[in-house]
Design a protein around this ligand. Structure first.
Ligand SMILES: Nc1ncnc2c1ncn2[C@@H]1O[C@H](COP(=O)(O)OP(=O)(O)O)[C@@H](O)[C@H]1O
Ligand SMILES: [Mg+2]
Length: 298
């Protein structure tokens, strides 16, 4: 796990995480959902990573708050991997209800069987439950998690015995705010988490991320892409443009299509500029990009 070393996580914490991992690894988990997945992206941000590790070592639930593309899901998945646990992802955007979360009785053609939901599986197998966009959850759905998420660490399974959480089970919520349709987190739920406000990735780290994902990118291009990103971030901070354009996901997507031969300027317009629907804003954004990426670049 050399990126943890690269990131400079305190040796004491690393050791504690390794102990946790060793303590619970090798416990057999039935079914193919029990694997520990290697994350697609590394999370860059030592401070957030260390704070998150502390929360989880203390057997607390963690809530990652922040605008889009600040690496909330990437961090959650990195943590599951670091602690050596399988994870179950529940997106609260869909019409999630208690029976989906916990499980339901179904008829298998022969008899009634219990089909476990993702929270049940996390609880039983010591998984990490990633509760994605948890602020969008319906209250009825969340009520069932109250005893799961506090010191009681139990899951009521209606019609069955209550389940005690496996000692390795943890829950990591993510929540986004700042765009239409986002909601505040209900207070009873919020009090059950330790909360991190996720910062926008630091410039040095963004450069590292770009170079790691796209090793073929030139130094000059990498520097300009970073500069564009922070310039747009600043303009959004000054309310000159909407925060829509400050989209790291869009930036990375743009680089992916550049690789296929689109000109950098066209690619950046696709990834970033065109996400904004106001034409005045769009031209401001386009100008920021065009000032740093000459038309002649390919
Ligand atoms: N600090 C960071 N470290 C690594 N990747 C990051 C970071 N911030 C953003 N990203 C990148 O942004 C994209 C979106 O990340 P994601 O975790 O899905 O964001 P969120 O859940 O906050 O919307 C990914 O490609 C990810 O690699
Ligand atoms: Mg997310």
């Amino acid at each position: 796990m050399n990126w943890v070393e690269e990131e400079g996580i305190r040796p004491g914490l690393r050791q504690a995480v390794d102990e946790f991992k060793r303590k619970y690894e090798g416990e057999t988990i039935s079914g193919n959902r029990g694997e520990v997945l290697v994350p697609r992206f590394h999370y860059y941000g030592t401070e957030m990573m260390e704070k998150a590790i502390c929360a989880l070592l203390a057997q607390k639930n963690l809530l990652l708050c922040g605008p889009k593309a600040t690496g909330k899901n990437v961090l959650a998945e990195n943590l599951a991997y670091l602690f050596g646990r399988p994870y179950w992802n529940v997106s609260f955007h869909v019409n999630v209800d208690a029976s989906y979360l916990v499980g339901t009785d179904t008829f298998d053609g022969d008899k009634v069987v219990f089909r476990p939901g993702p929270i049940y599986q996390c609880a039983k197998y010591g998984g990490f439950g990633i509760l994605d966009e948890i602020n969008m959850a319906k209250n009825e759905a969340i009520a069932v998690l109250h005893a799961t998420l506090d010191y009681r660490r139990i899951l009521e399974v209606s019609g069955y015995d209550r389940l005690e959480l496996h000692p390795a089970t943890r829950f990591i919520g993510t929540m986004n705010y700042g765009y239409a349709g986002t909601r505040e987190l209900n207070e009873a739920l919020g009090s059950r988490f330790l909360v991190l406000q996720m910062p926008v990735i630091e410039e040095k780290q963004l450069e590292k991320l770009l170079r790691r994902e796209y090793p073929e990118i030139s130094k000059a291009m990498c520097r300009q892409l970073c500069a564009i990103f922070y310039e747009l971030d600043e303009k959004a901070g000054n309310l000159e443009i909407s925060p829509r354009a400050v989209d790291l996901r869009g930036l990375l997507d743009a680089v992916s299509v550049m690789k296929l031969g689109l000109s950098p300027l066209e690619a950046m317009d696709m990834g970033i500029t065109n996400k904004v629907f106001d034409s005045t804003e769009r031209s401001i954004i386009h100008d920021v990009i065009a000032a740093r990426i000459p038309k002649s670049w390919n």
